[in-house]
Design a binder for this molecule. Structure first.
Ligand SMILES: Cc1cc2nc3c(=O)[nH]c(=O)nc-3n(C[C@H](O)[C@H](O)[C@H](O)COP(=O)(O)OP(=O)(O)OC[C@H]3O[C@@H](n4cnc5c(N)ncnc54)[C@H](O)[C@@H]3O)c2cc1C
Length: 356
């Protein structure tokens, strides 16, 4: 255990939340980069914002994450200070803006039926009952919604509407997911209602999000001296009660199979990433299914579960990782060897790749 005189920041995880915290510490709080340590168990930064591979071995991106201008105010603010990789005079924010001004998203085939017909998706399909349920959801406080599921709240008719098909495929909802979670999304993405059938609000990056966002942030932070400690899995934190609150006094984890501990001083700061959508993710292949990990192995859930046992204020991770079959996520990436499929999709949908 070591002590230095100036306060240090320990950031656990290197997803967009962690990278943003580091940018803000330097930019807005005036911290020196060298006093900031990012502890990440994986060999690369970025967490869920991934993108890797090549044309020979195949590409991999666990998802295309859609951003909007209105909802991601803090993200765009952070990215306005990070230079893009291609042009140091231009920020990542400006690069994304320019790309989206040139490549407009406007889906012409948002819904396709079983007979391969393109539907008129501008017809949302609500009846009066659906509308009332929707408004009722938005005005009901979370504590009254409790653990209700989406299909507890809405009538079967709602779940058959064009609107619901579009909303759930945009934001990855299953009918058994939480009504509270849906309410949060609806309040945050209300502005998408009139354009949900075109996806016109979606903002994309020119490259995959690892190359367009994570790499520039990583490089900017490294340039400022931030220390990235890959292969460091944080598994526990010790707390002391102090005054009205509590403070972390030590972090424990393992690096290359060996345990480590870090003492945390009174003026030090700790930022923890708790849980992760991509924790324990496994890669399948053309001829093999991805393994399904049922018992969390990665640091993300292990750490949160341990903290949650220490004090009720740390939330309930079981609600998110307690039933793998109800919360698992499967995605796939195609690596095409010739343009035939892309051409067919373009002809059928009326959209160039990335615009629909
Ligand atoms: C397929 C897919 C599609 C998505 N689509 C969208 C979308 O359309 N719109 C949208 O807004 N969002 C979308 N998301 C969600 C979005 O990507 C995530 O919410 C966001 O990237 C999470 O960032 P984060 O920093 O909180 O955590 P993460 O990206 O999960 O990163 C956590 C990082 O911390 C590390 N870590 C965690 N715990 C520990 C520990 N104890 N010790 C060491 N390291 C640790 C992990 O290894 C990981 O690198 C999608 C996600 C996926 C997977």
């Amino acid at each position: 255990m070591s002590h230095s005189t100036s306060p240090r920041a320990f950031i656990v995880g290197s997803g967009i939340a962690a990278l943003s915290a580091a940018v803000l510490l330097i930019r807005d709080a005036g911290w020196r980069g060298r006093d900031i340590r990012i502890l990440e168990e994986l060999p690369v930064a970025g967490g869920a914002l991934d993108g890797s591979g090549d044309a020979i071995g195949g590409f991999m991106s666990r998802g295309g994450r859609m951003w909007t201008e209105e909802a991601y105010v803090c993200l765009w603010d952070v990215l306005s200070s990070v230079p893009s990789l291609g042009d140091a005079k231009r920020s990542v924010k400006d690069e994304v803006r320019q790309f989206n001004a040139e490549v407009l998203t406007h889906a012409h085939a948002r819904l396709v039926d079983r007979g391969h017909h393109i539907l008129d998706a501008s017809e949302l399909g609500f009846d009066l009952h659906d509308r009332l349920d929707l408004v009722r959801l938005l005005v009901t406080p979370e504590r009254l919604l409790g653990t209700r599921r989406i299909d507890d709240w809405f009538a079967p008719h709602f779940l058959e509407t064009n609107f619901w098909t579009m909303w759930r495929t945009t934001f990855a909802f299953q009918n058994w997911h939480s009504a509270v979670e849906l309410r949060r999304y609806m309040l945050r993405f209300l502005q998408e209602f009139p354009r949900i059938h075109t996806l016109g609000g979606v903002r994309r990056t020119a490259l995959n999000q690892y190359d367009s966002v994570v790499r520039p942030m990583h490089d900017w932070l490294a340039l400022h001296g931030v220390v990235f400690e890959h292969g460091s899995r944080v598994l526990d934190a010790d707390f002391v009660d102090e005054g009205a609150g509590r403070r972390i006094e030590a972090l424990h984890g393992e690096r290359k199979g060996r345990p480590f501990s870090l003492s945390v001083g009174r003026d030090d700061k700790v930022f923890l990433t708790l849980g992760s959508m991509t924790a324990d993710s496994r890669r399948g292949g053309h001829d093999r299914a991805a393994e399904l990990v049922r018992e969390p192995l990665d640091g993300a859930w292990t750490l949160w579960k341990r903290l949650a046992r220490k004090a009720p204020g740390f939330g309930r991770p079981q609600a998110f990782c307690g039933d793998v079959d109800l919360s698992k996520w499967l995605s796939f990436t195609l690596t095409l060897r010739n343009p035939a499929l892309i051409q067919r999709i373009r002809e059928f949908s009326g959209n160039a790749p990335g615009t629909g």
